[in-house]
Design a protein around this ligand. Structure first.
Ligand code: FES
Ligand code: FES
Length: 162
């Protein structure tokens, strides 16, 4: 099948884009190469590591498992969409303050996974955080600081005190 060009419209971090894309272009590559939003990382490229996680119409997806043409009409949030007006999102602050980041390669995926988790469950237990982030792989931190960061973010976002 020829790799045809198609025109898609997507809204990413509140900005509308009209772009021509090849039918076989992955959404992760479209975000990084066409939109130059390189905060979305690519690790395994087959749905295992979670580094490429973005919010797609409010739900986390692995952008390496979708074609860009499938995003036509969608609203997407990448890590670049978290900070507002130069102010880090509370999740980003919590990862910073609680050493939830080492090399940072996995971090964008964890942030968006954690955001969805806290939107669904603003007051998670440690066990619920562990389960919520279980689909994301980190090679550096041993996960404990990431879990503490998510719990601290929940507190910052006003759901509870820690
Ligand atoms: S790069 Fe998409 S899940 Fe690993
Ligand atoms: S901080 Fe390095 S892979 Fe997670």
């Amino acid at each position: 099948m020829p790799d045809e060009l198609r025109t898609i419209q997507v809204t990413v971090n509140g900005t509308k884009y009209d772009r021509q894309v090849r039918c076989r272009k992955l959404l992760s590559d479209f975000i990084r190469e066409d939109l130059r939003l390189v905060g979305t990382h690519v690790g395994c490229e087959h749905g295992i590591c979670g580094a490429c996680t973005v919010l797609f119409n409010g739900q986390t997806i692995r952008s390496c498992l979708m074609f860009a043409v499938q995003a036509d009409g969608a609203e997407i949030t990448t890590v670049e969409g978290l900070a507002r007006g130069g102010q880090l999102h509370p999740l980003q602050e919590a990862f910073w303050e609680n050493h939830g980041v080492q090399c940072g390669y996995c971090t964008p995926g964890f942030l968006l996974t954690a955001l969805e988790l806290l939107q669904r469950n603003p007051n998670p237990t440690e066990e619920e955080v562990r389960i919520g982030i279980a689909g994301n792989i980190c090679r550096c931190t041993g996960y404990q600081h990431i879990i503490e960061s998510v719990l601290a973010a929940a507190a910052k976002m006003g759901a509870k005190t820690v």
